[in-house]
Design a protein around this ligand. Structure first.
Ligand code: 2HA
Ligand code: ZN
Length: 275
């Protein structure tokens, strides 16, 4: 028995491989984090190594004090996670101030958690609060079609949400709260983490212009499924725009309202404007 045989670790590792298979993780692109349940921490504790030094997170997440996360490693390739998990991912603990972390397992041979740790943890902090603890997964991927769209659509949440909803009937049911958009910013630091976590107050998806996406969810399946649904919708939009710049027909605002009623979702009216 190893830590990587625990159910949550198996789900984490599989998701890294699934993202690689989709083509979203060239080189060391993208990263994944999971907020462990108390019973999972107890299951994993017997496998922890001598704790590493406390290190600065680079931002402050007081509502995550004492929480444990499984996270991909900085500079590590998603492709290699299923092949050699111990070397490419880690378990970290956040200290009592929410300013520092230390490594308890993994990254054998040295290394640090993902360069996007500030964004991951600030998103987790917001989602833990607004979902009353339900959301546990934050996923960042370099999704080709969504990135392409950030060069041709206005960087507005109303436009991205509405255009992507129109591309597939399931979309408003899968992401009823819409998609936030962050204009181009330097990745890896606190500023982009603050901007992204603000959007996570009202959305489960945030696009980083010319870079990729962040998704939040309760478990690995629903978070991966959300990323996959948004990116597939973006692929349809790219194909549609490649065939002709306008639509001959599409799903109309009143159709969305009827869909919302039958599928018991709330679709904010700000996305159902007349064009
Ligand atoms: O290389 O995706 O945003 C990891 C990243 C940085
Ligand atoms: Zn990235």
């Amino acid at each position: 028995m190893k830590l990587t045989d625990l159910t949550f670790a198996e789900g984490f590792i599989r998701m890294c491989g699934d993202g690689w298979d989709q083509g979203w993780h060239e080189r060391n692109g993208g990263n994944l984090s999971y907020r462990m349940k108390p019973e999972e921490v107890e299951e994993a504790r017997g496998f922890f190594q001598e704790p590493g030094e406390w290190q600065a997170i680079g931002t402050s997440v007081p509502d995550l004090a004492g929480e444990y996360f499984m996270v991909t490693g900085s500079g590590r390739y998603m492709r290699n996670v299923p092949l050699d998990p111990e070397h490419n991912i880690c378990v970290i603990e956040v200290d009592e101030t929410g300013e520092k972390y230390r490594i308890l397992w993994g990254l054998t041979g040295g290394g640090r958690p993902t360069s996007e740790l500030p964004s991951h943890l600030m998103n987790h902090e917001v989602k833990k609060r607004v979902t009353k603890g339900a959301h546990r997964v934050i996923y960042h991927a370099h999704t080709t079609n969504v990135i392409a769209l950030t060069f041709v659509l206005p960087l507005k949440e109303e436009v991205f949400t509405r255009e992507l909803w129109e591309m597939a009937t399931e979309c408003p049911v899968v992401f009823p709260s819409g998609i936030g958009v962050v204009e181009w910013m330097v990745p890896g630091g606190r500023d982009i983490a603050v901007a992204t976590s603000k959007l996570m107050e009202d959305h489960d998806v945030a696009i980083w212009a010319h870079h990729g996406m962040f998704c939040s969810g309760e478990d690995f399946d629903s978070t991966f499924g959300l990323m996959h649904t948004v990116e597939k919708s973006a692929e349809i939009l790219v194909k549609m725009l490649s065939m002709r710049p306008d639509k001959l027909q599409t799903i109309q605002p009143e159709d969305f309202r009827n869909l919302a009623r039958d599928f018991h979702v709330t679709l904010p009216e700000k996305y159902l404007y007349e064009k």
